[in-house]
Design a protein around this ligand. Structure first.
Ligand code: SF4
Length: 230
């Protein structure tokens, strides 16, 4: 990881501005079109830098995810929006091996699908970047409680991962999004607090935890796709 000193007692905007000034065009923003990522895109636009914003198009996303990403692209034209997709030949081999829904059969097969559809495109999306911004929040998952706002990326420690919204509550995120008229994903209003691939995401019931609708057939400690290795 590049040796960096980051702001203490910083606001989310401070973190994003610091990241933009520190890493310049070697900074990227990962956007799943979740409300957290929409807020991050807004903060990125306010740095005045043409930060690269990328989405991983796994081929299994909800139509509303593309719509939201497009609305962000139109609203914030100074940012550079890009989409990274898996290699067609790798998807063909995956489906030949495990079928279209093999990820339901075991954690191993699910992780293989995430590897092909997310992690390899992520590696290409981050090639050439020294740092990336993510919308992770501490309260989202038991696997995220120990995170730091600025830390080496668990998958590539030479790269810095920055989570400006780490200590925001969901109410804070929504209040900010509404106050600033930021485009948000419509499925959030249909009971989807966490947005992912369509067959691996469902609405949650009142009282269920935040990520209960992601890979609901797995134990909570397994519920990471590998994008956010510690
Ligand atoms: S979330 Fe589901 S469909 Fe998407 S890459 Fe992972 S296993 Fe495959």
């Amino acid at each position: 990881m590049t040796s960096v000193s980051h702001p203490s007692n910083a606001t989310a905007q401070d973190f994003v501005t610091w990241a933009a000034e520190t890493f310049d065009d070697r900074l990227a923003l990962a956007c799943s079109a979740s409300v957290e990522d929409s807020v991050l895109v807004h903060l990125a636009a306010h740095t005045g830098k043409a930060i690269r914003v990328f989405m991983l198009d796994t081929g299994r996303l909800h139509p509303e995810t593309y719509e939201t990403f497009e609305r962000l692209r139109v609203k914030y034209p100074a940012l550079r929006f890009e989409i990274f997709a898996p290699e067609a030949s790798e998807v063909e081999a995956l489906v030949k091996d495990q079928g279209l829904f093999g990820f339901r059969d075991s954690v191993t097969e699910r992780k293989t699908c995430c590897e092909v559809r997310k992690l390899r495109p992520l590696a290409r999306a981050l090639a050439g970047s020294d740092a990336w911004l993510t919308g992770l929040r501490r309260e989202q998952s038991p696997t995220r409680t120990e995170l730091s706002p600025v830390a080496p990326d668990g998958g590539s420690p030479e790269r810095t991962k920055i989570a400006p919204l780490l200590d925001w509550t969901l109410d804070q995120v929504w209040d900010f999004a509404k106050a600033n008229r930021i485009p948000t994903h419509p499925l959030h209003l249909a009971g989807f607090p966490s947005i992912g691939c369509a067959p691996c995401t469902r609405a949650i019931e009142p009282g269920e935890e935040f990520r209960a609708g992601r890979w609901w057939w797995e134990q909570p400690e397994h519920k990471e796709c590998g994008l956010h290795r510690r």
